[in-house]
Design a protein around this ligand. Structure first.
Ligand SMILES: [Zn+2]
Length: 425
């Protein structure tokens, strides 16, 4: 007899470019409002994270009761996995495709999230411990686990700062007690600057949080070095399994935190559209391995930018008015499933921006604004009062650092001193 509260089933949520099924497996209590989605293998060559999640699946299947409902996508990039490549078969890096949704694999992930609405998403990866510019200083990254949460400042976190700190502390100390080292995901740039993750919205972590209000956790397990052999491989897999186990237990204890309603933006709400990592005099103390002596020791690192400084807020309009003629952009907005109104023959007052400098990859800073009355027959209106309305602002505002000017595939050809094609009402 099957346990009535525990259901297990698989569904195919889409197919890869080469026709391989993208399959999600469900474990746990169907009725639970705590829905957790675990994504593995966006990068097809990160095989250890897959093995760690397989161990978690086995463990969860053995539990007699569940207080949550988990969906697991073990193979987000089946063609990449088959060919042992990071990217999909069209050379798209899936974890940089969460704005444009050019790959059918990423589209499948987004439509699944939109339909199933998980409160929590865990995006599982492996990271290479050797970086060329660090090796020049004889340094290798030594943490078993790197972990982070969304960091784009436009994202309204479900958890407050105290809870987030509590999450990091609980995970670190639990893993530490098992001899596993864990730190916030740390990026060492070629310039020598050090920061945590990225504020860009092209990855699953930031994009899915901004679009669907989910709490996204990125979990990176350190890849073993070849010379570490099977001992190294097993350490990588078991460390990441322990981290997943620990995260699931923390989520279980704190599930009430995720019962809040998802935020729906309102007109005039402020959204940060530009931000940067602020230089600081702070020093990061972090364990790193010396590639010559093989000794891991705490190193004091300068040029550490732990803080993000917001440099531009915009006030949200009631909606963005997108001309039908921008077919590539319209396609992207459709793939994201944003709600829209197509009102024919309605006259409406809109705000038009005139750019006084060209839109570069930094976005436009100088512009004039005019009010005009136009017929909406050739436009589609995307209201901001919808789930992910803040995502629309980041994508469609001309002053946004994360805006359209970055995506040459949209063929928008922004020129100097012209009308910005997207209007505001
Ligand atoms: Zn990865």
């Amino acid at each position: 007899m099957t346990d009535p509260i525990t259901s297990m089933q698989n569904i195919v949520i889409g197919y890869s470019v080469l026709g391989r099924p993208i399959t999600v497996e469900f474990i746990g209590d169907k009725e639970s409002s705590t829905r957790i989605f675990i994504i593995v293998g966006q990068h097809g060559d990160e095989k250890y994270s897959r093995k760690a999640v397989e161990q978690l699946v086995n463990h969860l299947k053995q539990r007699s009761t569940h207080s949550f409902y988990v969906a697991i996508l073990i193979d987000a990039n089946p063609d990449g996995y088959e060919n042992n490549t990071r990217r999909n078969s069209e050379s798209i890096d899936l974890n940089r495709d969460h704005v444009m949704l050019q790959s059918i694999e990423t589209v499948a992930i987004h439509s699944f999230v939109r339909g199933w609405m998980p409160k929590i998403i865990i995006d599982v990866h492996n990271y290479p411990p050797r970086r060329k510019h660090l090796l020049k200083k004889h340094l290798i990254l030594s943490h078993d686990i790197f972990v982070d949460i969304p960091t784009n400042p436009a994202i309204l976190q479900i958890l407050d700062d105290n809870k987030i700190n509590g999450f990091f502390m609980a995970l670190k100390s639990d893993l530490h007690s098992k001899g596993i080292s864990c730190e916030r995901y740390t990026i060492f740039q070629k310039s020598g600057k050090i920061r945590h993750s990225t504020i860009d919205i092209q990855d699953a972590r930031n994009s899915l949080s901004l679009r669907y209000g989910a709490f996204c956790i990125i979990l990176e397990g350190r890849e073993p070095l070849k010379k570490d052999g099977s001992v190294g491989e097993n350490r990588t897999i078991s460390s990441q399994y322990c981290a997943l186990y620990s995260i699931i237990n923390w989520l279980e204890k704190n599930k009430h935190e995720f019962e809040k309603k998802t935020h729906i933006p309102k007109k005039n709400e402020l959204v940060p559209v530009r931000a940067h990592y602020r230089d600081s005099n702070e020093i990061l103390k972090m364990d790193l391995k010396n590639s010559k002596t093989k000794i891991t020791s705490e190193i004091s690192l300068k040029k550490y930018s732990p803080n993000i400084e917001i440099t531009k807020f915009i006030e949200m309009p009631e909606g963005y008015v997108v001309p039908n003629s921008l077919t590539a952009l319209m396609e992207v907005l459709k793939k994201h499933g944003f709600s829209h109104d197509s009102k024919t023959n309605i006259q409406k007052q809109v705000k038009i921006y005139y750019l006084s400098d060209s839109l570069t990859d930094r976005g436009s800073k100088r512009m004039r604004e005019k009010i005009k009355t136009i017929s909406l027959s050739d436009y589609v209106v995307f209201p901001i009062a919808q789930l992910g309305g803040r995502f629309l602002a980041l994508l469609l505002e001309p002053r946004s650092k994360f805006g359209l000017h970055r995506f040459h595939e949209l063929k928008l050809n922004f020129l100097e001193k012209q009308e910005y094609p997207i209007l505001r009402i």
